[in-house]
Design a protein around this ligand. Structure first.
Ligand SMILES: [Zn+2]
Length: 68
């Protein structure tokens, strides 16, 4: 029972995020600029530093993959 939980599985990998997403400027999930809104998805630890990940308040819009 030696569980060292560092990153909950539901959180995105900080190493894969862009700096703007790591700093909470852009959504950590979809990369949309958050502006004054946004909600905290969770906190993760990366390279010994805590990162607070932010996501869209009203949920992320899926990328429009449908052909225009
Ligand atoms: Zn989003």
């Amino acid at each position: 029972m030696n569980t060292l939980v560092t990153t909950p599985p539901l959180l995105p990998d900080v190493a894969r995020l862009r700096p703007r997403q790591q700093m909470g400027i852009d959504c950590a999930v979809c990369g949309h600029p958050l502006g004054p809104s946004g909600r905290v998805l969770g906190e993760v630890r990366y390279r010994g530093l805590p990162f607070r990940l932010w996501v869209c308040t009203a949920g992320c819009e899926p990328p429009s993959a449908s052909g225009a």
